[in-house]
Design a protein around this ligand. Sequence first.
Ligand code: UN1
Length: 509
Amino acid sequence: MTNTLTDQLTRDLADRAATLLRGLGAEPPEDGELTARTPITGGVLATLPADSPESVDAAIGRAAAAFGAWRTVPAPVRAAVVRRLAELLTAHKTELAQLVTLEAGKIGPEAVGEVQEMIDICEFAIGLSRQLYGRTMPSERPGHRLMETWHPLGVVGVVSAFNFPVAVWAWNTAIALVCGDTVVWKPSETTPLTALACHTLLRRAAADVGADPEVHQLIQGGSAVGARLVDDERVALLSATGSVRMGRIVAPRVAARFGRCLLELGGNNGAVVTPSADLELAARAIVFAAAGTAGQRCTTLRRLIVHADVVGPLLDRVAKAYQQLRVGNPLDAGVLVGPLINESAHTSMRAAIERALADGGELICGGEPVPGFSEHAHYVRPAIVRMPAQTAVVREETFAPILYVLTYHDFDHAVALHNAVPQGLSSAIFTGDQREAERFLAADGSDCGIANVNIGTSGAEIGGAFGGEKHTGGGRESGSDSWKAYMRRATNTVNYSTELPLAQGIQFG
Ligand code: UN1
C-alpha cells in the first residue's frame, strides 16, 4: 500500500474512532503526549493527555473517599450500577467492539465476543451481589455463634493489557463494584481510547442509577503512572494483567506495603494430543487456539505435544488449515487473523523463530510478513515450528502466533514435558481415552490453573475462575469464588450466654 493510501486510511480510521467515541458518549480527547495508534496501519488515531503524578494521587484520593459511602450501600443495590452498565454495553456493543478492532486489531467477531464477555461478567456480578456468602461454623462453646462476614476491601487498582482491553477491566470492575470496592483503572497505554469509552459508560451507568460516579477512576499513561498505583498505600488490592516481567516488579512492591496482589501474567499454554484423539476436532480447536487473536491471548496455544503415531496426520490437517487462514485488515469480512500490535511484537516473533531454527527446529509454515500493507503495520502468517526438544525459546512466552510442535511416545513423558515450563496458565488434552483425560486433570497431571479436555486452551467462559500457577502469578479473576480476593473476611464470635467459657477449655483465674 502506498504511503498516501495508508495516510488516507489512517485518517479515515481516526475519524471513525472519533465518531465511535462520540457515539459511546465520550468526547474525543484533547491533544496530549499519549498516542493512540491503530495496528491496522500503524498510524495515529488520536493523542491524549497522560496523567501526572499529582492527578494519579488525586484520582486515588477520590476513589478512596467514594469507598467510605459505597461500602455501606447494600450489595444488591450496588448491583444496579453493574446492571445499567450491562444495558449500556448491550446497546453500544457494536460501537465498542469496533473501537476494540481499531485500537487492538481484533477481528470483528472476536471484538464482539469480548464485549459479550463484559456483559456476561456483569450478569454474573449482579447475581453474585446476593450471594456474597459467609459461613457459620459450629462453635465449641455453648451459647456462642462462630461465623464469618465478607466486607468490602477498599480501592482496587486494575492494570490491564492491550490484548483484552475491555473484558479484563470488566471482569475486575463488575466484581469489585458489587463487592463494595471502588476502582482505579490503569489500562495499557496502547489502548487508551477503548478505556476512555468504558470509563464513560461506567460513569454514566452510575449517574443513571443515582450512584456516585467517583466509584470509578481512569488514569492513563505509561509505567510511571502504573507505578504510583502500585506504591500507594490506599490501594488495597492491585489486580494486574500483563507480562511476567511486569509481575516481578509489581509483586514485591505491593507486598512491601502489605497490599494484596492479584496477578495474571504470561502463559505458555500446551496441549497434549494422544493417539485416540479425534484429530479433526483437535485440528479445529488447535487452529483457533494458536492462530486466533493473532496469537496474542494469554491463553493462546503455544506448544503442541503430540504422540508420534499421530503427529503426521494431525500436522497435515493443521498446516492445511493454516494455509487457508486469511490474514489481513480486521475490518474486512472473512479475515481471521489481524495484525500484531506493534513492531516490537513482530521483532520478538522473528527472533523467536530464528532461535527455534537454530535449535534444530523445522519451520512447517508461516512466519513471513503478509505484503500489501503499510510499512508501519505488522501482518504476519501464523507459524508452526516442529522442534526436536523443548529448548529455552519454547519455554518462553513469545506474544505472537508461533506454535511449537513436540512429539512423545510415553504418556508420562508428555505430561512431564507439558509441565516443564515456568508458566502455568492454560492447558488441554485431546484424547478419547478416559484414563488419560482423568490423569491430565488429576493432581499429577497438568499443573495449570486451567486444564481442558477436547477443547483448546483459549476462550474460557467467565463462569469459572481464570488464572494460573507458577510464573503466571497465582491470581484468580472472573467467575466461581474469585470475588473473595476483592473482599476482606472477618471472623466473628458472638457470645449470647451469660457465661464466659474460654476456647480450648482454658481456665483463667
Ligand atoms: C487474556 O488474554 O488476558 O480465555 C484473557 C480467554 C479469554 C480471556 C483471555 N476469555 O481466552
